[in-house]
Design a binder for this molecule. Sequence first.
Ligand SMILES: Cc1ncc(COP(=O)(O)O)c(C=O)c1O
Length: 327
Amino acid sequence: MSRTAKVNIASVHPPSSGPMDVRDSILDCIGSTPLVALDRFAPPEDGRARVLAKMELMNPYSVKDRPALWMLREAHRRGEIEPGRTTIIEATSGNTGIGLAMVSTILGYDLVLCMSEGMSEERKAILRALGARLELTPAPLHTKGAKARALELLEELPEGYYICQHDNMDNRQAHIDSTAEELWEQTDGGMSALVAGLGTCGTLTGVATALKPRNPDLLIVGVEPAEAPYYRTGEFVQHKIPGVVPGFTPGIYDADLVDRLVDVPAEVAWQSVRDLAHTEGIMAGITSGATAWAARELAGESEMAGGMVVCIVADTGERYLSTKGLW
Ligand SMILES: Cc1ncc(COP(=O)(O)O)c(C=O)c1O
C-alpha cells in the first residue's frame, strides 16, 4: 500500500480539555472513543462509502472495558456481590479479563480468570500485572475449556460469582447505553453499516438493539473467520482471529439482529492489520484487521454509496507482539 498523506497537517491539533479535567479513577476513562476516518486505508473515491473506525483501542484497554464495567457495576448495584466477600470468576480470551481486572481493582474485588493457555503471552502478563489470579486451561479446548473450569471454581469457592459474559445481558446493555449512543451522535444518525467481530456478540447485538429501531436501513454485519464460520454453518475449528467465534452460541446472540455474516480468512485479516499500521498509523489487533477489511469491501457496494461504514477497532496490536508472523 502507498503512503500518501491526505490530511492538511496545518489543521491537525490535539483536542483540548476544559479546566480541572480530573477523573476520579481510570473507570471514568472508559468510553467516549473517537471515530477516525480510514481515508488512506479505504479511499472514499468514486462514490464509495467512507470507512470509519470506532477506536475502541482508545479505551484504557479495549472494547471489553465497557461490558466489564457494566457487568460488575450492575451486579454490585443489585447486591449480588460485595467487596471483601465475593470472588469474581470469569472465562475469558483476554480482553474481558483485562477489563474486569481493572474494574475489580477499583471496586475492591478478588478476581480469578480462566483462560486458554493458547492466548498470547502479553494477555497473560497484563492480567497478572493487574492482580488477577490466572487458571490456564488446555489450548485445544479453547473457550469451552475455560468455561468448564470457571463452573468448577464456582462450586469450589463458597463466595464465587460467575460473570458469564456470553450470557450476561449487562454485556449487551453496555453497548446499548454507551457504544450505540456514541455512534448515533458521532454520525448524526447517519451510519449506513456497522461491522463488528462476533465474540460474545455483545457489541453487535447491543448496537443493533439500540439503533435498528431508529434506523431500519442500518446494515448490521458480523465478521467471523473463514476457517471457522461458526455462526453461518455451525462449523468450528481452532482459528487465528482470537477474540471472535468461541465455538458455541452465546446466550446474548440474536440471529435476527444480524443482516449479514462475512467470512474473513485469517491471512486476509493479518494482512489488513499490517495495512492499517502502514497506511493509517493505527496499530490494531487481529479482529480489527478483519472488520476493517470487511468494511472496505462493503464500502464499494452500490447501496453504500456516499454513506458511512463503521468498523470496530477492538484492541491494540501491542497485545499481539508475540504472535509469530503477524508483524
Ligand atoms: C479483540 C476482540 N475483538 C472482538 C471481540 C468481540 O466482541 P464481543 O464480545 O462484543 O462480540 C472481542 C471479545 O472479546 C475481542 O477481544
